[in-house]
Each structure stands twice: as structure tokens, then as C-alpha cells.
Write a protein that binds this ligand. Structure first.
Ligand code: SF4
Length: 347
């Protein structure tokens, strides 16, 4: 099955367009076991660790089934780095989708036009047709996936599903054939319905937020220290499935509206609205503490931190901000800070 690679820090890429072209959308994830070497020729070490890691993997060689790449306007790092990808990666189809930072009528029109340009270029390059009917069908499929994920996500707060297991499931949904994803999610839901809750006496129920946290081992590490991710606002998490695309609207417009209205990320304007998203989740899920993890040199999340810290204090919720370098050994060096935070929650 041919795949279109997605380089995207905000889950803003309309996967439905890729599905309507009969390709598999394949979101790129970084890999903390990759040694950073070749990328140093192109990007300084003070650049976001996550994007450096992705480029290193891409230079080392992408999956042979990847026939094109769509990069969506995330933060300044992903935008500027895409120019370097064009230089370094030997693929002819590489498209920069200019997803807006604002959410108003002008932004909506702009986004619709850029999606139409994406469709035009895919049709020309791959010699195929992407019809409104096919996009509508893809929207229905993606909405089914969103609904399944939302329902499964709730089993975290029922203390039946581990946060790490759910995180791995969302990653699966973002990289695999969507029909297989639907099958897997459906059987996972059946399995969960028959499972009993695990003991929750000592677990600290946290909301996890921050940069692109895509290493499931990091969530497992938090679990080993007694935390349970009850809810999140991550791209590998709720931001991917919280809302649904309107199936009755014109499909491109519906997709644009969906992406502009989904839970806001630090890279978007006005990013302080993100606190409202977090506040609702904290209150609805009886969260005991918030952990905000930034990838090293992730500027959008660094800018958000002082504001979030102040607002969490006002809300009276324990809050921990941590910067991680993209390697698993470094997680262990943070154990003292995580343990101290667990103590604060217990008081
Ligand atoms: S981790 Fe931060 S700096 Fe890096 S791509 Fe994501 S939002 Fe941008």
C-alpha cells in the first residue's frame, strides 16, 4: 500500500484527502534510539530535538512505500525545516500545506484554497482524481475512528486502560491502514467493556500536555513512578479525535472548519485559549495534577509555560513543567523531579 508521509506538529493534515486518493496517511514520529549525526550538517543543535530527529531518520532512508510528503504549517521549526527536507530528501512530491494560525473567516478561505491546491497537485502528480464523494466517504471513516478513540479514551478515567496503551493505540491509528485501524479499535473496545478496573489507590491521576510527546516509553516511565495519564491534550491524544468533521457540509469546507476549531495548541493564535481547553479537561476528569513536558528547544511550549504556571496556581492544581532531551537515558535523570511532584499531589 502506497503511503503519504505526514510531517506535522499539530495534527492539522487533512488525512481524508490522502485517503480519497487511495493512499495511506503515515504520520512521522521521532525515535529516541536514533543517533543524531547527519542532521548536524543542516540544523544547529539548539533546534527542536523532535524535528532534528525526524530529519535524521528521513536522511537515513524513509519507508520504501512512502511516495510523497505533506508538511503542515505547525511551528516555525517545522516550517523552516521543510525547506531543508526538500534539499535532502529524494522524493518528487513534497507539499507544504499552509494551515492557518488564526481562526477567522479569512483564515477559513485561505485554508480551503490551500487544500484545493493540495488536491490539484496530487491529482496532477499522481494522475488520479480526488472527488468530493471520495472525500465524504473518507470523512465518514475518519469520524468513525475519532468516535472509537474518544470512547476508548474514557477507559483511562475508568481506570481500566493504561495511558501508555492508549498512546500506542493513537500512534497506530496515525500510521496504519484505516480499515485495519477500525478493526483494531472495534475489538479493543469490546475487550475493554469486559475488563475490570485496576487498583487505583496510589496512582496519581494526571493530565499530560506539552510538545509532540510521541515516545510511548516516556508514558510508561511516568507509570512506573506511580502516575496515571487520565486525560491529555496531545497530538498523539485528544487533539487527534476530540471533535468530528461535519458530514453534511461541503467536504473541503467541513475539513477546514474542523481543523480550525479543534482544541487549540501553543503554536496557534491566541495560544492562551489553550488554558480554557486544559481547565475543562481538569475539571471534567477530576485531574490531580498537570504535567507539561516540552521537548528541548520547543519554543511554543516554552512561551506557554509561564502563563500556564500562573493560571494553574490560580486554579489550585499542582503543575510540573519539564524539558526533556530526546533520549531515554535522560528520562531517568528526571525521576527526582517527578517523584517530588507525586509527593506534592499526595499531600
Ligand atoms: S516539539 Fe515544539 S518546536 Fe518542535 S515541532 Fe513540535 S511544536 Fe515545534
Amino acid at each position: 500500500m502506497k503511503k503519504i508521509g505526514i510531517f506535522d506538529s499539530c495534527v492539522d493534515t487533512p488525512e481524508e484527502i490522502i485517503l480519497a486518493a487511495d493512499f495511506v496517511p503515515y504520520r512521522f514520529f521521532s525515535d529516541p534510539t536514533v543517533e543524531i549525526d547527519k542532521v548536524n550538517e543542516h540544523i544547529p543543535p539548539t533546534h527542536c530535538m523532535w524535528t532534528r530527529n525526524l530529519l535524521e531518520q528521513a536522511i537515513n532512508g524513509l519507508d520504501k512505500d512512502i511516495i510523497g510528503i505533506i508538511a503542515s504549517h505547525g511551528c516555525d521549526r517545522t516550517n523552516r525545516e521543510f525547506d531543508i527536507w526538500i534539499e535532502c530528501i529524494n522524493l518528487d512530491f513534497m507539499f507544504f500545506l499552509n494551515t492557518p494560525l488564526k481562526n477567522d473567516e479569512t483564515a477559513l478561505k485561505f485554508f480551503i484554497n490551500d487544500m484545493k491546491e493540495l488536491i490539484f497537485q496530487m491529482e496532477e502528480y499522481f494522475n488520479l482524481k480526488i472527488t468530493p464523494a471520495n472525500i465524504k466517504e473518507a470523512i465518514r471513516k475518519m469520524n468513525q475512528i475519532r468516535s472509537f478513540l474518544k470512547e476508548i479514551s474514557e477507559y483511562r478515567s475508568k481506570m481500566i486502560l493504561k495511558g501508555s496503551e492508549f498512546h500506542a493505540l493513537v500512534k497506530y491509528a496515525q500510521t496504519q491502514d484505516k480499515d485495519e485501524v477500525l478493526e483494531k479499535l472495534s475489538s479493543k473496545l469490546e475487550e475493554l467493556k469486559n475488563k475490570k478496573p485496576f487498583s487505583n489507590d496510589d496512582l496519581k491521576k494526571i493530565l499530560l500536555t506539552g510538545s509532540d510527546i510521541d515516545d510511548t516509553e516516556l508514558i510508561k516511565y511516568l507509570e512506573s513512578l506511580g502516575f496515571h495519564v487520565i486525560i491529555d491534550d496531545l497530538g498523539v491524544g485528544t487533539r487527534y479525535f476530540w471533535n468530528r468533521v461535519d458530514e453534511n457540509d461541503e467536504p473541503i469546507r467541513a475539513l477546514a472548519k474542523y481543523h480550525l476549531n479543534k482544541p487549540i495548541y501553543s503554536t496557534k493564535f491566541p495560544s492562551y485559549k489553550r488554558f480554557e481547553v486544559l481547565k475543562n479537561l481538569i475539571e471534567n476528569y477530576n485531574v490531580e495534577g498537570v504535567i507539561n513536558i516540552a521537548q528541548k528547544f520547543c519554543e511554543p511550549v516554552l512561551y506557554d509555560h509561564p502563563y500556564l504556571s500562573k493560571k494553574m496556581k490560580e486554579l489550585g492544581i499542582p503543575y510540573l513543567f519539564i524539558e526533556v532531551t530526546y533520549n531515554r537515558e535522560s528520562y531517568k535523570q528526571l525521576s527526582t523531579r517527578f517523584s517530588a511532584f507525586a509527593e506534592i499531589i499526595s499531600r
